[in-house]
Design a protein around this ligand. Structure first.
Ligand code: SF4
Length: 426
């Protein structure tokens, strides 16, 4: 029985209990969230994973995406990236390979992690069509559904599926145009296929069949944002909103069928449109979990896009986004390496925490850090830091004469002066 149906029956399952324990909430709160569709717990009947809850009232979760490209295929590096993502605190992992042996890579990456793993079956379907027939537009519809089921059987917990691109969405895109084109690979593949074949997107027209597959294999459906803007100039345009409307409608249908559902959001958007995007999505989808891809709030900082995305993600989370996809320093430049993954996860976790301070009032760690700083308790500060090893390495590399202070102010450490002369500690 699906998790939604268990929740509807009033059962609190083991994974619901686990999520409640991790989040410090009542198990009944999690059950009600799953029943209403406001919380998802991506599970798989094919493998044990660390249960993670995503949705309203829970900590904002961070996804790390890894995977090969057509230029760089090294399975050992992908396994290292998966391990690095888990070690640095990612909550989920998306395996998005577009080069090499898809089955072999996914199987080995899944075996290397206890995180919930996501995929985009459409990538494999289109790339295999290119390998077999020479063109994206020759993808066979049956293959797409077959690959979706195969990926589910490997133990994939959630899948980004581009259900919201239909003929109306494409018409809106053509009528309005874009400065920055489409940055979603799935969106670009599917739009090209639909325009060339003059056919409806099978993921939209055969949505009931897709739901059967999702339900049979207990996969959480993440409704892809294939029309997201690839430049801030195109943000929140008609094509993006059209896709959001369709995805929101389909998310109700999926939930009614017992399929857990997440709705994906942009992309590249300026900072003053974040609140509107979160509010629109939440209102239209009945508060389903919202998965923000970044968002990137300016286009001018390649090399620093992990910071750009963290600014967008912290605001998104504060306004109510539940799940954020990390961005690495390599974004728009190259396939991320292991160090890029580390930096991407840490930066996204900082953003998620900043959002949770507002959204969920999660401030205990900040309070304790404030006290540890006041009292110059360096070990305690490292313990509370989001990346303890990095913090310690910086201090150790510039060791102070006075071990209580640091080399920033040295003999004139303000905190030490206060400690020696006043006492207004709380
Ligand atoms: S030396 Fe300056 S920066 Fe370092 S702990 Fe003291 S007050 Fe803070």
């Amino acid at each position: 029985m699906s998790l939604i149906n268990e929740a509807k029956k009033g059962s609190i399952t083991e994974v619901m209990k686990q999520v409640a324990k991790d989040e410090g909430v009542e198990p009944e709160f999690v059950r009600r969230g799953v029943e209403s569709g406001r919380i998802v717990i991506p599970i798989s009947p094919y493998r044990e994973t660390r249960a993670v809850g995503i949705g309203k009232g829970l900590r904002t979760k961070v996804n790390a995406s890894i995977g090969t490209s057509s230029d760089i295929v090294d399975i050992n590096i992908e396994i290292e990236k998966a391990k690095m993502a888990e070690a640095t605190g990612a909550d989920t992992l998306m395996e998005l390979s577009t080069g090499g042996d898809f089955y072999d890579i996914r199987k080995k990456v899944i075996a290397a992690t206890s995180l919930s793993v996501g995929s985009v079956p459409l990538y494999q379907a289109f790339i295999e069509a290119i390998r077999k027939h020479g063109a994206v537009v020759d993808m066979e519809e049956d293959e797409l559904f077959k690959i979706t089921a195969e990926q589910a059987k490997l133990g994939t917990n959630f899948m980004a599926i581009h259900t919201g691109i239909n003929q109306i969405t494409v018409e809106r895109l053509k009528a309005q145009g874009r400065f920055g084109g489409l940055c979603s690979r799935g969106g670009a593949f599917m739009t090209a296929w639909m325009m060339h074949n003059e056919k409806e997107n099978p993921l939209y027209s055969e949505f009931d069949y897709l739901l059967e597959i999702m339900k049979e294999h207990e996969v959480t459906l993440s409704m892809g944002n294939g029309m997201r803007a690839g430049a801030v100039h195109d943000s929140t345009d008609r094509a993006q909103i059209q896709e959001l409307i369709i995805n929101s409608e389909l998310s109700d249908k999926a939930h009614a069928a017992g399929v857990q559902t997440i709705v994906e959001g942009p992309g590249h958007i300026p900072i003053d449109e974040i609140e509107t995007n979160v509010m629109l999505m939440k209102r239209m989808s009945g508060e389903k979990p919202f998965y923000m891809l970044g968002p990137l709030v300016t286009d001018i900082a390649p090399g620093y896009d992990h910071i750009v995305a963290a600014i967008g993600a912290s605001l998104s989370s504060a306004y109510g986004a539940d799940f954020i996809c990390y961005v690495t320093p390599a974004e728009h430049l190259a396939l991320p390496n292991v160090e890029d993954v580390r930096q991407g996860v840490i930066t996204a976790r900082i953003a998620a925490h900043i959002g949770d301070m507002i959204k969920n009032g999660s401030r205990q760690q900040d309070l304790e850090m404030g006290r540890a700083r006041r009292d110059l308790q360096w070990d305690k500060m490292y313990e509370l830091a989001i990346d303890p090893a990095h913090a310690k390495a910086i201090r150790d590399s510039r060791s102070p004469g006075d071990k209580e202070a640091c080399t920033m102010c040295g003999d004139y450490c303000a905190l030490k002066i206060v400690k020696q002369n006043f006492d207004f500690a709380r």
